[in-house]
Ligand binder design. Structure first.
Ligand SMILES: [Zn+2]
Length: 511
């Protein structure tokens, strides 16, 4: 049997730190259910002290994870952080506290202003405190990739002696070459007293496009846990991408002496889900989960693949769930069929919620005839957006064409059910609608991005619009809307972003 490599997913913590990728608790739970279904070993669910939302997400994910996976909360090496994380993790059957601090010269000198000995003292104190609350403590040595190696050996040894069960060696800035980083891991294995009793984890970033290579070279040198995210989401150029390391290990199991327990057939579904929830699209040529990952356009390649798949394809698309979802439902499908498929996708509803979902499903099925999984997910997300809304769409109508001036008539409904109607014109139909929304909602913001894509196949597919708006505070908000009519999706997306912005402003004002 080859070595088991634990997959530590940090989509909900490091991934969420991507600019504009912030998610609410409901959205995090949807992703967490998918991670559990995929069999990840650890979910890093958030940074509990950073906000009430993060605290709640960690607690809720702890509740749904049960004994299926470990749930981890991040902290700094600060008492209060650790106490709050322990509190949030009380719901978890398998809780882990992830604590640590910077270890590179620039962290010690500029950020922490500590000597090496003081840094080690603080690490020992944090690990011991965390061990008072939970049995499973992971120590991270931030920026280990640029640390003095002798100091790294000392601090890791101290953390192990203090009771850490996992030691995380991050290349926080994505600076290393794979062989250098692998040599650091090997050196730790050779020199740290007690290292054989703990798990070595690596957390690598993609600033030089090396994240996957760094993780695999670490595995070759003794690491048995990889920290990664779906679609490689994360700060700056992102984290190691889960789908890449999982499939690379699977393709090279014997030479790496390694395997993971990930259900690879769920990879493409997970990718689409995270992309749809965060509004961050996956580049078409992305390895494993990109839209073109299994497309062959050259005639020579097409011919080769038709004769024998492995001429040009190393992975069977079905193994990663890229074969496309099946047509599963239509307007004739009853309540039971819809409830069953929703449950398979990880959604459960009470009777009243389900009736609303069923009605929305019938509307889509009437227009589309064939309803795919992606449509069902879109229906659920749309319902969630509406149920937490401050402003909702009453009616929208545009007239445009050559040589007309695009004009929109718009009705929005406020929380008290009162209707507000205005008309506006603009440079195009969407611009006209957005000017009308601005007249009614009147909240200062900058629209920085607008993108549109079809969720499923065909000209009658649901069109999903994603917008990003920047508030006066500098905070970025994502809005999404889906409908068969792209003007309607565009309107819903903008209102969704403004609803988030307003509700954040209200929360800030009430503090
Ligand atoms: Zn990171």
């Amino acid at each position: 049997m080859t070595r088991k490599i634990a997959i530590f997913d940090t989509t909900l913590r490091d991934g969420e730190q991507s600019p504009g990728a912030s998610m609410n608790t409901e959205e995090k739970l949807i992703i967490a259910r998918q991670l559990i279904r995929m069999n990840v070993d650890v979910i890093e669910a958030g940074f509990p002290i950073s906000s009430p939302g993060d605290f709640k997400s960690v607690a809720e994910i702890g509740r749904i994870a049960g004994d299926k996976c470990t749930v981890c909360g991040l902290t700094r090496a600060v008492d209060k952080d650790i106490e709050v994380a322990a509190e949030a993790l009380k719901t978890a059957k398998r809780p882990r506290i992830h604590t640590g601090l910077g270890v590179s010269p620039s962290h010690l000198r500029d950020k922490l202003r500590l000597t090496e000995d003081q840094t080690i003292e603080r690490a020992i104190h944090a690990v011991k405190l965390a061990r008072n609350f939970v049995d499973d403590v992971e120590f991270y040595a931030e920026d280990a990739g640029r640390a003095d190696q002798d100091f790294l050996v000392r601090i890791i040894e101290a953390a192990v002696k203090a009771g850490a069960t996992v030691v995380n060696i991050p290349d926080t800035t994505g600076y290393n070459m794979p062989w250098e980083f692998g040599a650091r891991i090997r050196d730790l294995r050779e020199r740290v007293d007690g290292i054989e009793g703990v798990t070595i984890s690596v957390h690598t970033h993609n600033d030089l496009g090396m994240a996957t290579a760094l993780a695999l070279e670490s595995v070759r040198n003794g690491a048995t846990q990889i920290e990664c995210t779906i679609n490689g989401l994360g700060e700056r150029a992102g984290n190691t991408s889960l789908e890449e390391v999982v499939m690379a290990i699977r393709m090279h199991e014997a030479e790496l002496d390694a395997h993971t327990d990930i259900v690879t057939k769920e990879l493409c579904h997970a990718s689409k889900l995270v992309s749809s929830i965060t509004g961050i699209m996956v580049q078409p040529n992305k390895a494993i989960v990109g839209a073109n990952a299994f497309a062959h356009s050259s005639g020579i390649h097409q011919d080769g693949v038709l004769k024998a798949r492995d001429t040009y394809e190393i992975i069977d698309p079905a193994d990663v769930g890229a074969a496309g979802s099946q047509i599963i439902l239509s307007a004739r499908s009853g309540h039971a069929a819809l409830r069953h498929r929703m449950a398979e996708l990880g959604y459960t509803f009470n009777d009243e919620e389900f009736e609303n979902i069923y009605q929305a499903f019938l509307e889509v099925a009437d227009k589309k005839k064939e309803v795919y999984d992606e449509d069902l997910e879109s229906i659920v997300h749309e319902r969630e957006r509406v149920s937490s809304a401050i402003w909702t769409l009453g009616a929208v109508q545009v007239s445009c064409g050559f040589p007309l001036t695009p004009t929109a008539t718009l009705t929005l409904v406020d929380e008290d059910g009162e209707e507000h109607t205005v008309a506006a014109y603009g440079t195009g139909p969407v611009d006209a609608v957005y000017k009308a929304v601005d007249q009614i909602v009147a909240v200062e913001n900058d629209l920085s991005e607008f993108s549109i894509k079809s969720i499923t196949r065909g000209i009658d597919a649901l069109g999903e619009v994603t917008v990003r708006v920047t508030a006066a505070s500098g905070e970025v908000y994502i809005g999404r809307g889906s409908d068969n009519d792209i003007i309607v999706s565009s309107t819903k997306a903008y209102i969704n972003a403004l609803n988030r912005l307003i509700s954040d402003q209200r929360e800030a004002a009430s503090k």
